[in-house]
Design a protein around this ligand. Sequence first.
Ligand SMILES: Nc1ncnc2c1ncn2[C@@H]1O[C@H](COP(=O)(O)OP(=O)(O)OP(=O)(O)O)[C@@H](O)[C@H]1O
Length: 242
Amino acid sequence: MSALLEVRNVTKRFGGLTAVNDLSFDVSEGEVLALLGPNGSGKTTMMNMISGALKSSSGDINLAGAPITGLPPHRIAAKGVARTFQLVKILPSLDVRENVVAALAFRHDALWGKTAQDEADRLLAHAGLESRGSEMVENLTYIDQKRVELARALAAQPRLLLLDEWLAGLNPTELHIGIELIAMLRKSGMTILLVEHVMEAVRALCSRCVVMNAGSKIADGETHAVLADPEVIRAYLGEAHA
Ligand SMILES: Nc1ncnc2c1ncn2[C@@H]1O[C@H](COP(=O)(O)OP(=O)(O)OP(=O)(O)O)[C@@H](O)[C@H]1O
């Protein structure tokens, strides 16, 4: 598999604090990779630099071999990077279909009218919300709001999907559904970089993990080996997982 995303020696400083320190890793085409680490280790800062919400202090980020370092978020989105957030970001005053239609209007080849509505329904069915397009999103359960958010992200036809603690806050039943949804995306060939604290999900979904601690990479490899690495257990997982 060739690398779709290349992160090369990326550093981010906030004043005197180095939030991300000389970090390098790859995400291969079709891979689901987890970026792990304790609170404050720099994971969200790294995701923000990939999506363009933050500029790196130094280093290079390439998508499909082309530099995206320092581009504004809309240019990076147009190149095929979509993102979800820990807190659901949807438009509560619109119905389910309108939420996805709004996302389709921002696509590089913007869709409108009946074409957009049909595409929205197709994406919603894919996310498990078939025939639910006319419901108001504010009346949906949390997992169904997550499905809308996912359909909105997929509306951009991403090459790389960034999921930032997408499974946080779900109850055990919803968690199972959330894992199944990501597994379905993986099966369809989507390349995904996820930040996640739910180890059950990481084990089920990710063949590879990168682990950060205090801004630096401390492990990078196959999931089972990384999660058994004594340094990862000490810095992140805790002795209970040993
Ligand atoms: N905009 C900012 N200004 C100053 N410091 C920041 C800013 N954003 C993050 N930081 C600091 O950078 C460090 C890394 O934060 P970051 O949010 O990337 O960690 P994280 O690994 O995503 O943590 P969590 O798992 O809690 O989400 C922390 O010390 C944080 O306080």
